[in-house]
Design a protein around this ligand. Structure first.
Ligand SMILES: C[S@@+](CC[C@H](N)C(=O)[O-])C[C@H]1O[C@@H](n2cnc3c(N)ncnc32)[C@H](O)[C@@H]1O
Length: 444
């Protein structure tokens, strides 16, 4: 398939069939692709909180309007309701209540329920003529969806379908369509919190996975429109370089990551992060007597004594990590550290919170590529902790020192979140960071 979209084009890949390649040099923060979802389905926890079409939260003081047919879909206005009706709800509405109450649907896991609804919606979409009579390939979700790689993991079985579409397609056609689901669909998130699953055929056709991605997907919500996926470069990408996104959190332990990539997507990841972690595996646990020394050394690597700048590794830099720090890469260490930071910040044990939060930031810096959104989110959390600590007081540290740290963390948060740009629900970390920086400036 030949496919060129402004800044990127499809080229051959040695193991993944095709790959998205940059046509020109791309800068961090550049939007590489912006596409509306073909169809989405909200997670059960989000039903009636968000519009089923545009995915926006119900505006403050207003409630969403319920579909009078099925009573199970909610909309922020008639524009969204009409569009969803035309796209696929007309096929499922009068069947939905019985379908949702059926034992075959009820036994499914929450994730599978969402995919079952997504499949029902997708069948509706496939049954519609393309909007454009002679669409370019990139504008034709039908053709692109048809060309997606199929994957049938162990235990693969098609969930029950809602509505009249089950009669329009043969069983084997439905199996073929569902076999493109697990490895091609996306989890939609707002400020990194998932709220829906969605089908974006063009994005699926283009982007392979790397645990050290050079781009990430974000989701933009506008009334009347389906949620839009935007793929944003987080580092400089050279002409002809492959553009990759993370299919899962690169901080997940190596064996779990490899297992999930193999079972859900059917491939073995050979990115430099996986290869490096394999090469040092099994990582020993740090002896408890040495842990504090190793943590201090890791913190010093990003924030040398008295330094007024944070030096996160430029891009993924694990091979340059001193070998004596490898025990901090043990798979159980990061979750324990993250727990310590959350608990200590919450309980007001600020000495522990500031130390563990900075160690965690340094550890994230060794795993995630530079400008990875989670680094910005964590840096904001650490800034808020430092802010609270400056008010409460921490023994051995002056208020000025702690406020200076809060500013450093906020600046890092802003740098990273500015590259990601606006996404998801109103408010959120980018706005919070700007407000806190303004407050700090006013206090000076
Ligand atoms: C969303 S598609 C990506 C586009 C795909 N390369 C294509 O040609 O349509 C996901 C599938 O691509 C392949 N894939 C993605 N990332 C890969 C990687 N890093 N190594 C090998 N295969 C990969 C797997 O077959 C996976 O199920």
């Amino acid at each position: 398939m030949s496919l060129t979209i402004e800044k990127l084009q499809l080229g051959r890949h040695s193991t993944a069939r095709d790959a998205a390649l940059a046509i020109v040099t791309l800068q961090p923060g550049e939007t590489l692709l912006s596409v509306p979802s073909w169809t989405t389905a909200l997670l059960p926890s989000e039903k009636s909180r968000r519009c089923d079409w545009c995915g926006r939260l119900s505006p403050p003081g207003e409630s969403l309007k319920k579909c009078s047919g099925c009573g199970c879909y909610w909309y922020c206005g008639s524009k969204c309701q009409l569009r969803q009706w035309k796209a696929h709800h007309k096929y499922v509405c009068k069947h939905y209540t019985r379908y949702e109450a059926s034992p075959a649907f009820q036994v499914l896991s929450d994730e599978d329920k969402v995919d079952a609804i997504l499949l029902s919606n997708t069948l509706g979409h496939l049954n519609q003529p393309e909007l454009d009579a002679s669409p370019s390939l990139a504008d034709s979700p039908h053709i692109v969806f048809d060309s997606l790689v199929q994957h049938r993991p162990a235990g693969f079985s098609v969930p029950p379908i809602c509505g009249s579409m089950s009669k329009t397609y043969t069983d084997s056609e439905i199996v073929d369509i569902y076999a493109r689901f697990g490895n091609n669909n996306f989890v939609l998130h707002s400020h990194l919190t998932p709220f829906a699953h969605g089908v974006f055929p063009l994005a699926s056709r283009l982007f392979n996975h790397s645990c050290i991605p050079n781009a990430v997907a974000k989701f933009v919500l506008n009334t009347g429109e389906q949620p839009r996926m935007e793929v944003v470069a987080i580092s400089e990408i050279q002409k002809d370089e492959e553009i990759t996104i993370p299919y899962l959190d690169p901080a997940i332990p190596l064996d779990v990551r490899q297992h999930q990539l193999q079972s859900r997507y059917g491939f073995t990841c050979t990115c430099p992060l996986c290869l490096f972690q394999q090469s040092i595996s099994p990582v020993p646990l740090a002896p408890p007597t040495e842990l504090k020394t190793l943590e201090a050394a890791l913190r010093l690597a990003i924030k040398p004594e008295g330094s007024e700048i944070l030096t996160l590794p430029r891009g993924w830099d694990l091979p340059s990590l001193p070998e004596r720090l490898y025990p901090l890469l043990h798979p159980t260490y990061l979750p324990a550290l993250s727990e310590t930071f959350s608990k200590a910040s919450h309980e007001g044990d600020y000495l522990t919170a500031l130390e563990s939060g900075l160690t965690l930031l340094a550890l994230y810096g060794t795993i995630y590529p530079v400008n990875y959104p989670l680094i910005g989110m964590h840096s904001l959390e650490l800034a808020k902790t430092a802010w609270n600590a400056s008010i409460a007081g921490v023994s051995g540290r002056s208020e000025e020192e702690i406020v200076a740290d809060a500013r450093l963390y906020l600046q890092l948060a802003r740098q990273v979140l500015d590259i990601l740009g606006p996404e998801g629900d109103p408010g959120g970390p980018a706005e919070e960071t700007t407000t806190l920086l303004q407050l700090l400036d006013e206090q000076q």
